[in-house]
Design a protein around this ligand. Structure first.
Ligand SMILES: Cc1cc2nc3c(=O)[nH]c(=O)nc-3n(C[C@H](O)[C@H](O)[C@H](O)COP(=O)(O)OP(=O)(O)OC[C@H]3O[C@@H](n4cnc5c(N)ncnc54)[C@H](O)[C@@H]3O)c2cc1C
Length: 535
């Protein structure tokens, strides 16, 4: 028999486990010692609303039956060497999960990735901080694992499709992730653990007869003779690869959006959120969130936070919070400064950061007519599908100029940003290319700054200590999601313009984050399999 129980225990009992947890579980289940053969924690969440912090555990208790050896069900991947071929562009979460699902469905994926494998990529990423050089083909956005490789690896999603979320988490575990992600309310992998997991996915694809080609940028689509359908792709080296095409190129492949527009693929502008990234000492965030001068103590993890408000008719919110993490240079080409955040599995770093962003709608771009000329950029037409992307580019270029035409990020103490004054000094921050004191409140368009200033004041009242001179604002945070949607048929998931093309994942505008991109990758693989089965 399996008894399902819920208990509330101290962080020590929850995170250390052992005898104390065993006794608590047996008592809560009404069992005498020896009656319980074992137990599995199904759900673990920290309740930090009160001064006394507790951990909620949902537990399956096994009574008079053995605890199963396997903690999760594994997926079987067959050999697909001689099965029909499907082209997958991009080895981010969407592309990798599409490829694995294609194998499950007995199709042979050929994954084409412009960047390098996840290990070579580390060297290219290190050069950004050391030499201020961004390799346009291998960086924080491009390369094996996509934007998800050097990230926090937060796997929390608002997706309601629980079944699909669990499947993605199980595949991550099968590829080497800690099974804690199956139970934690806010699971995360950590940037130090991700490369090995991603490499394992690649090895699985190859071992089943699929292919993964690095340094292989796709430049154009290949059309049928009547130009009515997509039948393959052409790489930058001129190689043709045939098959239905899953296009999972992420939100930073601006050349792809430009090409698609010129090729007549239906696109529309999509709203995104832009702003800044704010970094606090993690000890300060721990003290605030855990309501204790001692901070997190010995057992609790670095504290998270989440803020949301409305200012001037637009949502302003914290985004991609990285407890105990670092701010990273996430530009994907020269002449841009972009900040983002990541953290290792242990989240033990000195700082905690998060994006603080303002909802920006496609029609808002008209409000920036004075800003584009300042960035030596042309104001896009009011109906241009790439107008939100143009705004992203303008803000990123302006930040690059303000940062001294290097990867140095413009920075300002949080209180100075709110009060509209330049910071005389800046505290240490985690951003390794360095910072330069800059009046961000002045050069970042008022559309963002006035809303952020109002929001920061509110957040500071809600959580005393959050609006702090010890916190630093770095600019800009612009890559929160795709600025474009590649239109697709809701039933077949094929491009509204060209059958045979499956716009997929975050870049297509149908996902936001690792898990939802992975789910969309699986869905696109299923749609391809369905079409091939009908042909
Ligand atoms: C620093 C950082 C931290 C993040 N932290 C988190 C987090 O903690 N949790 C979370 O859920 N999300 C996080 N994200 C966002 C997350 O990484 C993305 O939502 C996710 O990776 C999107 O997956 P995708 O596969 O759709 O696209 P991407 O991951 O962007 O992958 C697209 C891939 O396509 C390749 N490509 C592009 N153009 C071409 C071409 N022409 N030919 C061949 N290949 C091409 C790119 O090189 C890239 O590898 C973070 C992002 C960054 C940058």
């Amino acid at each position: 028999m399996i008894k399902n129980i819920r208990i509330r225990v101290t962080p020590e009992v929850a995170f250390v486990g052992g005898r104390a947890l065993e006794e608590t579980v047996a008592e809560a289940a009404g069992l005498r010692s020896g009656e319980m053969t074992g137990f599995r924690i199904r759900r673990r969440s920290i309740d930090a609303r009160q001064r006394n912090i507790v951990v909620d555990l949902t537990i399956d208790v096994y009574v008079e039956e053995p605890l199963p050896q396997e903690e999760f069900e594994k997926v079987t991947y067959p050999d697909v060497s001689d099965r029909p071929q499907v082209v997958v562009i991009g080895a981010g979460p969407a592309g990798l999960f599409a490829a694995l699902r294609l194998i499950e469905l007995r199709l042979r994926p050929v994954v084409l990735e412009r960047g390098q494998d996840v290990h070579t990529r580390k060297k290219d990423i290190a050069r950004i901080s050391r030499e201020h050089v961004v390799d346009a083909e291998s960086n924080f956005g491009f390369g094996e694992g996509g934007a998800g490789a050097f990230s926090d690896g937060k796997l929390f999603t608002r997706s309601k499709k629980r079944g699909s979320v669990e499947k993605i988490l199980r595949v991550f575990c099968q590829m080497g992730a800690n099974p804690d992600i199956l139970r934690d309310a806010h699971p995360h992998l950590g940037t130090d653990r991700l490369p090995a997991i991603i490499e394992q996915m690649r090895l699985q694809i190859i071992c089943c007869g699929g292919e993964v080609r690095f340094g292989t940028r796709v430049d154009t689509l290949l059309f049928s003779a009547d130009h009515k359908a997509v039948v393959g792709v052409v790489t930058a080296a001129g190689t043709e690869v045939l098959g239905p095409v899953i296009l999972a190129t992420g939100h930073s492949a601006r050349d792809v959006y430009r090409y698609l527009l010129s090729a007549g693929v239906s696109l529309e502008a999509k709203g995104i959120a832009m702003g800044v990234r704010v970094e606090h000492p993690s000890a300060l965030i721990d003290r605030i969130q855990y309501h204790s001068r001692e901070g997190r103590g010995a057992w609790l993890p670095a504290a998270e936070y989440s803020f949301l408000t409305r200012q001037g008719g637009r949502g302003v919110y914290s985004f991609c919070m990285c407890p105990g993490g670092v701010i990273v240079p996430a530009a994907t080409a020269a002449g841009q400064v972009v900040v983002n955040g990541m953290s290792p599995a242990a989240r033990g770093g000195r700082w905690s950061n998060s994006g603080m962003v303002v909802e920006t709608l496609p029609d808002d771009v008209t409000a920036f007519q004075d800003f584009f000329p300042l960035c030596e950029a042309e104001m896009p037409a009011a109906d241009d599908p790439l107008r939100v992307m143009a705004l992203q580019e303008a803000v990123e270029h302006m930040a690059w100029v303000q940062g001294g035409s290097r990867q140095t990020a413009p920075a300002q103490r949080m209180t100075d940003f709110v009060n509209g004054r330049l910071s005389a000094t800046l505290p240490d921050v985690s951003y390794t290319p360095g910072t330069i004191a800059s009046p961000i409140h002045f050069w970042l368009p008022a559309f963002f700054t006035t809303r952020l200033q109002g929001a920061f004041k509110q957040f500071g009242k809600r959580s005393r200590g959050f609006l702090s001179a010890d916190a630093v604002v770095l600019a800009p945070e612009t890559r929160t999601s795709a600025p474009v949607r590649i239109l697709r048929q809701p039933e077949t998931l094929q491009s509204a313009a060209y059958p045979g093309l499956y716009p997929c994942g975050e870049g297509a505008g149908y996902a936001g984050g690792i898990v939802s991109a992975a789910i969309d990758g699986e869905r696109c693989a299923e749609a391809v399999a369905q079409r091939l089965a009908q042909a």
